[in-house]
Write a protein that binds this ligand. Structure first.
Ligand SMILES: CC(=O)Nc1ccn([C@H]2C[C@H](O)[C@@H](CO)O2)c(=O)n1
Length: 108
């Protein structure tokens, strides 16, 4: 994905599906490659594992953040503890300090 293409799709690991659909998880934290979501647009969401579509999200904001700046509020919005959130991010994006908080609202 480059910075001139508006993304219309997003994937999540299947294990986060229930939290997204219940509204317990309202942000995702991504690296630079997935930082080009555009506030005011909608994305079709599917599972990373098998590409099964499960909802549409409206992108509310995309804000840069450093790994070291993650706090309990981010964890709360991810429906995790801060320790869990940091472990998940280190697993997905090992050694990446520059990240982006993508806030979204469930459309359907
Ligand atoms: C599946 C895929 O391509 N990438 C990601 C990246 C992140 N997530 C989730 C994991 C955490 O809840 C937050 C923070 O990164 O977003 C994901 O499901 N899939």
């Amino acid at each position: 994905m480059n910075s001139q293409t508006i993304p219309t799709e997003m994937t999540f690991f299947e294990r986060f599906e229930a939290d997204i659909l219940s509204g317990k998880k309202t942000i995702t934290i991504r690296d630079e490659a997935e930082s080009y979501y555009v506030p005011g647009t909608q994305v079709k969401v599917s599972t990373f594992e098998d590409g099964r579509e499960f909802c549409i999200l409206a992108i509310d904001s995309v804000e840069p953040i450093l790994f070291s700046e993650l706090n309990d509020f981010h964890a709360q919005q991810e429906n995790m503890t801060l320790e869990q959130l940091k472990a998940v991010i280190q697993e997905i994006y090992p050694g990446i300090e520059k990240l982006y908080v993508v806030s979204y609202t469930l459309v359907e």
